[in-house]
Design a protein around this ligand. Structure first.
Ligand SMILES: CSC[C@@H](O)[C@@H](O)C(=O)COP(=O)(O)O
Ligand SMILES: [Zn+2]
Length: 214
């Protein structure tokens, strides 16, 4: 740990490299249009590495990754952290086992959020890919992916997420007209969950086209 900074700068560089490589791949899929989306990794028991606000997520460099504490305050940086930092830090603060939070704006995620906002959730059942979510060992499970109203008021949205986490175990949620949050113990698990959500939401959208009463 450096004298000046309250975190391990070597570990920060490792995590930044991992974020950059993974986000470039997600961006190439078209899941981070314009400067949307944000990404983070747990750095230690009170800090996370997170993307700087407003950056092109397909072209991240080390300078685009900064450190925040659990209150969302920048640590050792003059940059502005993601506008949605609180949605990341609330998960790290609450669940020590969470190590990675990924937020994307793919067309599938955004369209699904619009279609299911009225219902308040997307019901996923009958899919083998439900086993991609940690803890599921069979396709004979069902999950409801929550859809929260969109807002620029992050403390309010974070409080709504927190209230639902009191009642329900989940690996992600949608925000209406906005996108998807997904998380996991590390980058690999969070990506697996993100990709599973994307695939399953895509199936639901296709089914609605092919079988409108589905
Ligand atoms: C470019 S509009 C998208 C933003 O408002 C936001 O939703 C987003 O995902 C990225 O915000 P950022 O502050 O760069 O982390
Ligand atoms: Zn967003």
């Amino acid at each position: 740990m450096s004298d000046a900074l309250p975190y391990d700068t070597h570990r920060l560089r490792e995590l930044a490299g991992e974020i950059i490589v993974n986000v470039r791949e997600l961006s190439a899929l078209g899941w981070t249009p314009a400067t949307s989306s944000n990404f983070s990794r747990r750095l230690d028991e009170r800090h996370a590495a997170i993307t700087v606000s407003g950056r092109d997520k397909g072209r991240l460099t080390e300078a685009d990754i900064m450190v925040v504490d659990w209150d969302g305050q920048a640590a050792g940086s003059d940059h502005r952290p993601s506008a949605e930092t609180l949605l990341h830090t609330q998960l790290y603060r609450r669940f020590p086992e969470i190590g990675c939070v990924l937020h994307t704006h793919s067309p599938t995620q955004t369209i699904a959020s619009r279609l299911y906002a009225g219902a308040g959730h997307v019901h996923l059942e009958g899919y083998e890919l439900l086993k991609a979510f940690a803890g599921n060992t069979t396709h004979e499970v069902a999950i409801d992916v929550p859809v929260f109203p969109n807002t620029q008021d992050m403390p309010t949205l974070a409080a709504q997420v927190d209230a639902l986490l009191d009642k329900q175990c989940m690996w992600g949620y949608l925000i209406d007209g906005h996108g998807l949050y997904a998380w996991g113990g590390d980058m690999a698990e969070a990506r697996r969950h993100l990709e599973a959500f994307e695939f399953l939401l895509g199936c639901e959208l296709e089914l609605r086209k092919l079988a409108p009463r589905h």
